[in-house]
Design a protein around this ligand. Structure first.
Ligand code: T4K
Length: 401
């Protein structure tokens, strides 16, 4: 543990950590197995374009997601763009999406010429408020994109009913939700398609990577071609496409990472429990919990700083950062508050989004994952407790080395 102080009441002794304690440190699997896979790829001289490691990764992932098809991509954003296109969404088509998400969800739509229209969220789950979403359905609505934010599943059954009534495809941004469940079934097989991200900061990572998972043969076929310049399995150019392939080295990492998900979950769960114990009773601090009865990967530890707290979220962020605890404001500002959406509220946010906005002012993501342990969490909790109990005090300068 890289701390200067390992005891409680540390908030005014700077910095508590001599090395930065990051959110989003990669979960690394077995390095020897990763390197053996890389060596195999180098020996085979097959480095990208649907290589054997990518195929193996797709098979393994389809098993985890419980889907018939999986198409691996170079990142989650491209997976979203392709999934939208494969669902028939194109230029000028409105897609309703919650504003409380990473901006990639919205930008992926905007980048293909579609129009993200933002709905409010349910404050408890952070996912789409289905009643609010339904009020946004109009003549130009061509899709609904749910987000399983922080791995917490959307209200899929209510969203499916709304999508059915509107006659538009429902698909999901499951970037955070590998290994999570809804109604006991793995996230992956809901709606027309779901996408994952395997960015280095994700639960399972492939340095950079993503995937589209689906049970729909046509969507899988279209997505596979779109990923590779529109070239189909007969090597005919079947339509427009992009280049969004996963390479073999990424697949080597992805496979190694997938093999280790049980140990990643165990570490994340242990950390979540340590935060729960360490933050119990801290005034104004609320730890978000996974949906009861569902499996979670626990990849994100999110606290909310209540309005009643003596310290506000930004004040706590400032104190923790000064202690080298590099917490993140996921997600702030939210999508409709950034360009190009902010400048065109009538197009992108025609209804007020008070709950999403309030949530975005309260949240902080704390360090977790396999690179973080209970001893560090004890110190992080002590800083939060001390700050929340005392309010946001002026920070003392760092002590001389
Ligand atoms: N949909 C949703 C709901 C998403 O959250 C995301 C991505 C996407 C779609 C799109 O998926 P991708 O196209 O990215 O595959 C990070 C990630 O870059 C982004 O993937 C993620 N969501 C988002 C929530 O978080 P930043 O700007 O906070 O990332 P960055 O690079 O500053 O990393 C965060 C922290 O992680 C750093 O402070 C240190 C640590 N880190 C990062 C990297 C890259 C490491 O320790 N090692 C590393 O290699 O967005």
């Amino acid at each position: 543990m890289h701390t200067t102080e390992g005891t409680p009441d540390v908030a005014h002794r700077l910095p508590a950590f001599t090395e930065p304690l990051h959110v989003g440190r990669p979960n690394m699997g077995d390095r020897a197995r990763f390197l053996a896979r890389v060596n195999g790829a180098l020996d085979r001289l097959w480095l990208t374009n649907d290589g054997p490691l990518v195929r193996e990764f797709e098979e393994h992932l389809a098993t985890v997601a419980g889907t018939r098809y999986c198409v691996a991509t170079c990142n989650g954003t491209n997976a979203l763009q392709i999934a939208a296109r494969a669902c028939g969404i194109g230029v000028g088509d409105e897609v309703i999406v919650p504003s409380f998400t990473w901006v990639a969800t919205a930008h992926a739509l905007e980048w293909i010429g579609a129009v993200p229209v933002f709905c409010d969220v349910d404050e408890e789950s952070g996912t789409a408020d289905v009643a609010h979403l339904e009020r946004l359905i109009g003549p130009r609505t061509r899709g609904i994109l749910g987000v399983h934010v922080f791995g917490r599943p959307c209200d899929i059954s209510a969203l499916s009913a709304v999508a059915d009534r509107a006659g538009v495809p429902l698909f999901f941004d499951a970037a955070h939700a590998v290994g999570c469940t809804y109604g006991g079934r793995p996230i992956g097989g809901f709606g027309r398609a779901e996408i994952f991200s395997f960015h280095a900061t994700k639960y399972v990572h492939s340095f950079e990577g993503g995937a589209i998972v689906t049970d729909d043969h046509d969507i899988a076929t279209r997505a596979r071609a779109m990923r590779q310049q529109g070239i189909d399995e007969n090597r005919r150019i079947a339509g427009p496409g992009t280049v969004a392939r996963m390479n073999e080295i990424s697949a080597a990492m992805g496979l190694t990472s997938l093999e280790s998900i049980d140990s990643f979950t165990a570490a994340n769960r242990r950390n979540h429990e340590a935060y729960r114990a360490g933050l119990a009773g801290v005034p104004g601090i609320h730890l978000r919990e996974p949906k009861p009865g569902e499996r979670s990967n626990h990849q994100y530890v999110i606290i909310e700083v209540d309005a009643a707290s003596p310290v506000d979220r930004d004040g706590l962020h400032e104190v923790l950062t000064a202690h080298n605890v590099l917490v993140r404001k996921y997600f702030h500002p939210i999508c409709h508050q950034v360009e190009p959406y902010r400048s065109a509220p009538e197009r992108h946010a025609p209804l007020p989004l008070p709950r999403a906005e309030a949530l975005a002012e309260r949240v902080l993501a704390l360090p977790t994952g396999t690179a973080v342990g209970p001893a560090e969490i004890e110190v992080v909790c002590a800083i939060i407790r001390d700050t929340a109990e005392a309010g946001h005090r002026p920070l003392a300068p760092p002590r001389a080395a």
